[in-house]
Design a protein around this ligand. Structure first.
Ligand code: SAH
Ligand code: SF4
Length: 377
């Protein structure tokens, strides 16, 4: 059975050394084609096959010459991440657990609504930023996802959902609100978002792609120049003293610097406001006085507030604010003329709501291996 063994070794070797074309945005793919002596328009053809048709087999790409198909098969591959599980909730929310190798897994969640379908995408296996109310933070950090693993989540969702909806674009919106801090994986996240926006790939408008950050100030400025999409900022506290504890990156980039970066971002943003996310923690950040402090804090930043009822997880040490406290907090902001929405919990019967996702991360920062709940959006 020499033949089988040789074939196996060849396949292993091929996948280890050949580039995965799902890692490339349009400019990078054009560069790849130049390197193999092909014209730039081939990049557009490949993008359409990969991202619009969900095709991973070069031999099916009928408008490429046979010789080019063979050349590509010999020097490249198209490899989406592996789906470890797929579950659909009673409300239609669908969750994929994605195996990213070496015992690590991340999740993406599709949330269908009457007029849109939103995919919540992960950017890292774990997160190093250690926000105190976040189960991803509790997991520690393993590694950045590759561009292929990030855009692969959209690839997987469109393929799975397209099969049941006669080819319509089912994912109309993307939120980078899954596992991880997207701005800490800047290059791969930007390449993946460029593919989301590219007309030859997913063709989403900038307004329909939202990146959520805990507030890495220099990276907010870089994003503004590299790929300005809608921006959500995880505020969670009305002053530095509390934010230093809840969102430790605040010690490096305090509120005054963060809010100044938000204002700068608006010069190039596709929307004329920043969305401030605010997790509602019982007795910690949910009083009427704190709502008033918040109003004063954001007075110079055009913004909308999204209140997120805390989703508890084991040993979090926090409780969700009572409904009445959330209502009072929202009304205080509303009375000051702010726009406020309170996030609904979706897909809780398949553990797909905020704070319920069970990703698995082999922590490289704390050298402990745990399976804990992570939170997406
Ligand atoms: N790292 C990014 C994006 C991922 S988290 C960020 O921090 O913005 C997406 C949102 O969910 C953030 O606003 C985050 O603070 C919030 N979140 C984290 N843990 C939560 C929990 N247990 N319950 C509710 N929201 C949570
Ligand atoms: Fe990381 Fe965001 Fe969780 Fe903070 S809230 S630990 S930045 S994923």
């Amino acid at each position: 059975m020499n033949f089988n063994r040789a074939t196996f070794i060849h396949a292993e070797f091929h996948s280890a050394v050949t580039p995965n074309l799902l890692n490339y945005d349009a400019a990078q793919l054009t560069g790849f084609f130049a390197d193999i002596g092909e014209k730039p328009f081939r990049a557009k053809q490949l993008l359409r096959w990969m991202h619009q048709c969900g095709e991973a087999d070069f031999s099916n790409m009928s408008d490429l010459a046979k010789s080019l198909r063979e050349k590509l098969a010999a020097c490249a591959r198209i490899e989406a991440p592996r789906i470890a599980s797929d579950a659909t909730a009673a409300d239609g929310t669908r969750k994929w657990l994605i195996d990213v190798g070496n015992g690590n897994a991340v999740e993406s969640v599709f949330i269908p609504e009457a007029n849109r379908g939103t995919l919540c995408v992960s950017s890292q296996a774990g997160c190093a930023l250690d926000c105190k109310f976040c189960s991803t933070g509790k997991q520690g950090f393993n590694r950045n996802l590759t561009t292929a693993e990030i855009i692969g989540q959209l690839w997987i969702a469109n393929k799975a959902l397209g099969a049941t909806s006669k080819g319509e674009r089912v994912v109309s919106n993307v939120v980078m609100m899954g596992m991880g801090e997207p701005l800490a994986n800047f290059d791969n996240v930007v390449a993946a978002m460029r593919l989301m926006l590219d007309d030859n790939a997913y063709g989403l408008s900038r307004r329909r792609v939202t990146l959520s950050t805990s507030g890495i100030v220099p990276a907010i400025d870089r994003l503004r120049d590299a790929c300005p999409v809608a921006l959500a900022v995880s505020l969670h506290a009305p002053n530095d003293a509390l934010r230093d504890v809840l969102v430790p990156i605040n010690r490096k980039y305090p509120l005054a610097e963060l809010l100044a970066a938000c204002r700068r971002y608006l010069d190039k943003a596709p929307r004329d406001f920043i969305t401030f996310e605010y997790v509602m923690l019982d007795g910690v950040n949910d009083s009427v006085e704190q709502a008033r402090e918040l109003i004063a804090l954001v007075r110079d930043v055009p913004c909308k507030f999204n209140l997120i009822p805390f989703n508890p997880f084991p040993q979090s040490g926090f409780k969700r604010s009572p409904r009445e406290a959330i209502r009072r907090f929202a009304e205080t902001l509303l009375a000051a003329g702010l726009v406020v929405t309170t996030r609904k919990t979706r897909g809780d019967d398949i553990d797909a709501a905020c704070g319920q996702l069970a990703g698995k991360v082999d922590d490289k920062t704390r050298r402990t291996r745990r399976v804990v709940e992570i939170q997406p959006c």
